[in-house]
Design a protein. Structure first.
Length: 107
């Protein structure tokens, strides 16, 4: 009887973990603003307003947008202002999820 109770508890716990893992994260992704320093199609480098340079890995899933219009990664030129929604990759680098071409706030 005790073995059955333990087995049932383990199965319930495993089921709860599967449900938790399958739920999408409700937390918003961090967004970074800056000026494009360069892009080779795989890595996008931007300089933030406070002078820090950040690099983002671009994957085949990365979306590039100008307003609601999709653009290519190669459409972004150095000096353009962008926002980058990013997520932490398993190797602790940042993966660009969505890159938006933006109007410079001082323009």
């Amino acid at each position: 009887m005790r073995t059955t109770s333990i087995l049932l508890a383990v199965l319930l716990l495993a089921g709860c973990q599967m449900v938790l893992v399958s739920q999408p994260s409700a937390a918003p992704m961090p967004t970074f603003l800056g000026t494009v320093k360069g892009s080779d199609g795989k890595v996008l480098s931007i300089e933030s307003d406070d002078g820090n340079t950040m690099q983002f890995t671009c994957t085949r899933k990365t979306e590039f947008l100008d307003g609601k219009k999709r653009i290519k990664a190669t459409d972004l030129q150095p000096g353009e202002y962008v926002s980058v929604e990013a997520k932490l990759a398993p190797d602790r680098s940042m993966d660009a999820v969505v890159v938006h071409r933006e109007k410079r706030p001082d323009a």
